[in-house]
Design a protein around this ligand. Structure first.
Ligand SMILES: Nc1ncnc2c1ncn2[C@@H]1O[C@H](COP(=O)(O)OP(=O)(O)OP(=O)(O)O)[C@@H](O)[C@H]1O
Ligand SMILES: [Mg+2]
Length: 224
């Protein structure tokens, strides 16, 4: 089954005098349960592509069908619902809320989606265990290391049981040792929970661990 189908996608930024074509007739087809790495030079449009798939930015032309949702024809309300239910987002920055502890941070998206407090906390407990930070449940983001915060962000991305994880350089702010730890946890989460993964990274070694390795250049994706 297909989890993501992109056809003839274009993203153009209108910047005053000239149009900036970032993605140009880009196509992509991913199967459910597959994992894919995207590499590309800085400014090639990797984040732009992930943001479009995540329904966070507007499509200039073309179609994206993700997790069964036709993103290109959805309104803001439908996009919010899609982001909440079907997508797990992880970024270079953790975006944890500083006034909430680790467990609460993981549970918040579930509470927003309407899950009862007890169920949300149970789910958060299961996930914090999966990222190896059970002992840190009560700790606030300021009491955690950069790598630990990213592990909490990974756990949070799975709390609503999404189909597709979109990860944009999740280890971009970490040193090599912590990058490996976070990557290992990301891959084991994806495997254990049978999720599809689209990961943007500069780490070329990760290509060996995934089903597809793609390179974004001149607005299109090519198999590496
Ligand atoms: N709102 C915007 N208006 C105009 N241009 C933009 C806008 N957002 C991004 N861009 C341009 O689009 C291009 C692609 O940006 P994007 O952030 O997707 O690159 P990237 O591949 O993720 O780079 P990096 O590896 O540095 O994160 C860049 O040239 C950027 O300057
Ligand atoms: Mg980027």
């Amino acid at each position: 089954m297909t989890i993501l189908e992109i056809s003839e996608l274009r993203k153009i930024y209108n910047t005053g005098a000239e149009d900036l074509v970032i993605l140009d007739n880009l196509s992509l087809n991913l199967h459910q349960g597959s994992s894919t790495v995207i590499t590309g030079e800085s400014g090639s449009g990797k984040s732009t592509l992930l943001n479009l798939i995540g329904g966070l930015d507007s499509i200039s032309l073309g179609n994206i069908v993700s997790c069964g949702y036709p993103i290109h024809e959805m309104n803001e309300k439908q996009l919010t619902e899609y982001r909440r239910k079907s997508i797990g987002l992880v970024f270079q920055s953790h975006y944890l809320l500083k006034d909430f502890n680790a467990l609460e941070n993981i549970a918040i998206p579930a509470r927003i989606a309407g899950m009862e407090k007890k169920a949300a906390m149970e789910r958060a407990c299961e996930l914090i265990d999966k990222v190896g930070l059970s002992e840190r449940r009560e700790h606030f983001p300021s009491q955690l290391s950069g790598g630990e915060r990213q592990r909490i962000a990974l756990a949070r991305s799975l709390v609503n049981d999404p189909d597709l994880i979109l990860a944009d350089e999740p280890t971009g702010n970490l040193d090599e040792k912590n990058s490996r730890i976070v990557e290992d946890i990301l891959f084991s989460l994806v495997e254990d929970y049978k999720k599809s993964l689209l990961l943007v990274t500069h780490n070329l070694f990760l290509a060996e661990r995934v089903d597809h390795s793609l390179h974004l250049s001149c607005g299109v994706l090519k198999e590496k």
